[in-house]
Design a protein around this ligand. Structure first.
Ligand SMILES: NC(=O)c1ccc[n+]([C@@H]2O[C@H](COP(=O)([O-])OP(=O)(O)OC[C@H]3O[C@@H](n4cnc5c(N)ncnc54)[C@H](OP(=O)(O)O)[C@@H]3O)[C@@H](O)[C@H]2O)c1
Length: 273
């Protein structure tokens, strides 16, 4: 799988990861967890590493932690999770809980979820980074309505990562946020590359265009992922899935060529809205 540089460190990160919102929020039943264990094994076998979670995602952090521990694959994972609460002490307590649930003493990337109380959490994240309890710090949002604030925050402080919404039918970040991230050396994680699933569901009944083969795409999922990965400011995309076959499909977008400017225009004209 292709890898891209994290600007603040030079470390390389595989371009396709796995989100866990809803998909990993399951109980202890082996029947519910077995496919998720396979999703993670498929991600790693394909050369991927990024797993994105949050205390907002129900049982997801604990499920990821249990599955990595059972498979002995913590060292293959780049664990990204979030702090999603107000107040310094609440933030510290929540991050400690996340570490316990994820069964690790170091989180690779700690993100402030949806900008919640970011001024309070940022100094804690800075201190935790200095103490090597987290390796990188970042901030996230998922709607265009928050982009102006996200832009101001990216300009005001130093961040290793930003996580934002970008998809073929949701391209607002192309105007200001992606150029700003590139300019300031901030790695970009793309959430909701399938429009939360809705965009992909709308496309699945349609025949894949013949030109998809020119960029090595054999599925709509790969085509949507290659669209966002074509932007050089993007470091990694994290489609969510609970299905190992879908994970294997998504990981294939990390191989081969990406659309050039002419192909991107065609994608927007024929598929984007
Ligand atoms: N504020 C934030 O920080 C924020 C907000 C939103 C999301 N996120 C993160 O971003 C991740 C991705 O966003 P998302 O999960 O909301 O939306 P998404 O990745 O755009 O779409 C996920 C949906 O697509 C389906 N899917 C995945 N791969 C597929 C494939 N190859 N073929 C067919 N269907 C496929 C999944 O169903 P199956 O399970 O059936 O595959 C799921 O319903 C989240 O899981 C979360 O980690 C963060």
């Amino acid at each position: 799988m292709h890898q891209r540089k994290i600007p603040s460190s030079g470390e390389m990160l595989p371009v396709v990861g796995c989100g866990t919102w809803r998909t990993f929020d399951v109980g202890p039943e082996p029947a519910a967890r077995a496919p998720l264990a396979e999703v993670l094994a498929t991600l790693f076998a394909a050369g991927g590493s990024v797993i994105d979670s949050s205390p907002m995602y129900g049982a997801a952090e604990g499920v990821v932690g249990d599955l990595l521990a059972a498979a002995g694959t913590r060292d293959k994972a780049f664990i990204a999770t979030k702090v999603w609460t107000s107040g310094r002490d609440n933030g510290v307590t929540q991050m400690q809980r996340s570490m316990a649930l994820l069964r690790t003493d170091r989180i690779d990337l700690m993100q402030i979820h949806n900008l919640v109380d970011w001024r309070t959490h940022l100094p804690t994240l800075g201190a935790w980074k200095a103490e090597r309890r987290i390796r990188y710090l970042g901030i996230t949002h998922y709607t265009e309505s928050a982009h102006a604030e996200l832009e101001a925050v990216l300009r005001a402080e130093r961040w290793d990562f930003v996580q934002l919404n970008y998809a073929l039918d949701d391209r607002a970040v192309e105007q200001r946020l992606l150029p700003l991230a590139a300019e300031r050396g901030i790695a970009v994680i793309v959430n909701q590359p399938f429009g939360g699933g809705g965009l992909l569901r709308r496309l699945l009944p349609r025949k894949l265009p013949d030109w998809a083969a020119e960029i090595g795409c054999t599925s709509w999922a790969q085509l949507l992922l290659k669209f966002v990965l074509a932007n050089p400011a993007v470091t990694c995309a994290i489609p969510g899935t609970s299905n190992p076959r879908h994970m294997a499909d998504n990981a294939r977008a990390g191989l081969g060529a990406y659309p050039d400017a002419a192909m991107l225009k065609r994608m927007v004209a024929e598929i984007g809205v």
